[in-house]
Design a protein. Structure first.
Length: 361
């Protein structure tokens, strides 16, 4: 049994990667030591400390100088998204565009260059010594984290390669739920209308309205978040065999929504359930998922889900994504913000439908 356990652990290590360790750092330290040995072998000891420090400082400056240029280019892009990504804070956009670690090298390097600059002491190293000095500068820069990608650059890579938490959640939500619920929604609404005097008669009422609050705060009953919204009825359930569960039941609810004049509107509405995972992740320390990360991932979840559904032929004209900012900030508390957002979308859809009918006549 002990041997079997060892085999299983060995097998797991072969197919499941462990967290990366510090071998790369140790290798860089060895390379630095090799560079120093080679430099002394090539006769760098024949030059003064002043000449060596000055040259190394110049080579150091060349590394962050390039990073500075890249940061300026990235900042020009981040300015465009300062409201959506940084809530209008230009300083946050600036910090995200630059790797601030290289400032700890730029300033000392400038000071050293200024102190040790003397034309008569300017070195004229042989090419092989200059080459290894450049290598030494790059190894030291890597060790100090100067060459790390900026937060904006990391975000760009993650979004481009679809490595976001939001991307996985959006696809899981679509494949595991919306892909088979939305195509059947029209038939389920038809059955509901037959039993309820054609209550959901207009096209906008027949869609599934998916709520996406940026705070990721989801209520079990929408009435808890807004008194103008009350549960009315369930539409006929959808039964599917899923993941070994025979006849798994999927239900959607019809809610009654009152406007400012207490006129009733009806629609099928629910929260995007994956947002609960994002909220819980931000509450668990081991997830290393901040509140700002959660907001950004919620926005990306909305964008990804929107792209998925719009490109799905079987789900067209059967959904409406309602994203809204329910964070308190400095604005006054709005007790009926949720009903206002839903009604705004219902009226907008009705207007779009009316204009479309007018154009086809």
């Amino acid at each position: 049994m002990f041997v079997t356990r060892i085999r299983e652990e060995t097998h797991d290590r072969n197919i499941i990667p462990e967290a990366r360790g510090h071998r790369a750092t140790k290798t860089v330290c060895i390379c630095i030591a090799i560079c120093i040995i080679v430099l002394y072998t090539f006769g760098i000891g024949n030059y003064s400390i002043t000449q060596i420090v000055f040259s190394l400082s110049v080579f150091f400056l060349s590394i962050p100088s390039w990073n500075l240029i890249v940061g300026i280019c990235e900042f020009s892009e981040e300015i465009k998204h300062v409201n959506a990504r940084y809530n209008g804070h230009y300083l946050k956009a600036f910090k995200a565009s630059f790797n601030t670690k290289y400032m700890s090298v730029v300033i000392p390097s400038f000071i050293l260059c200024y102190i040790f600059y003397e034309e008569e002491y300017l070195p004229n190293f042989p090419r092989k010594i200059s080459f290894f000095l450049i290598l030494l500068a790059h190894f030291l820069a890597w060790l100090l984290g100067i060459q790390e990608t900026s937060p904006a650059g990391i975000s760009k890579i993650i979004e481009k390669k679809h490595f976001n938490v939001a991307h996985g959640l959006a696809w899981s939500y679509y494949v595991g739920y919306l892909k088979f619920v939305l195509p059947e929604l029209k038939n389920l609404v038809k059955k509901f209308n037959e039993e309820n005097n054609n209550l959901l008669k207009s096209s906008e009422m027949c869609k599934l309205h998916i709520l996406i609050p940026l705070s990721c705060k989801l209520y079990g009953d929408l009435n808890e978040g807004d008194e103008n919204i009350t549960f009315l009825k369930e539409i006929p359930p959808l039964c599917k065999d899923r993941a070994g569960i025979k006849g798994r039941v999927f239900k959607n609810n019809v809610y009654r929504i009152l406007d400012e004049e207490h006129r009733p509107y009806y629609c099928i509405v629910e929260y995007a359930t994956p947002l609960a995972s994002l909220l819980q992740m931000s509450d668990i320390a081991s997830a290393a998922f901040s509140a700002e990360d959660r907001i950004q991932q919620t926005k990306l979840f909305y964008r990804t889900l929107k792209e998925i559904l719009e490109n799905s032929l079987e789900c067209q004209n059967s959904f409406r994504l309602i994203v809204y900012d329910d964070s308190p900030k400095d604005k006054m508390y709005q007790p009926h913000m949720l009903s206002t957002e839903i009604l705004k979308h219902l009226k907008q859809q009705h207007s779009e439908e009316y204009n479309l009918n007018q154009d086809t006549r």
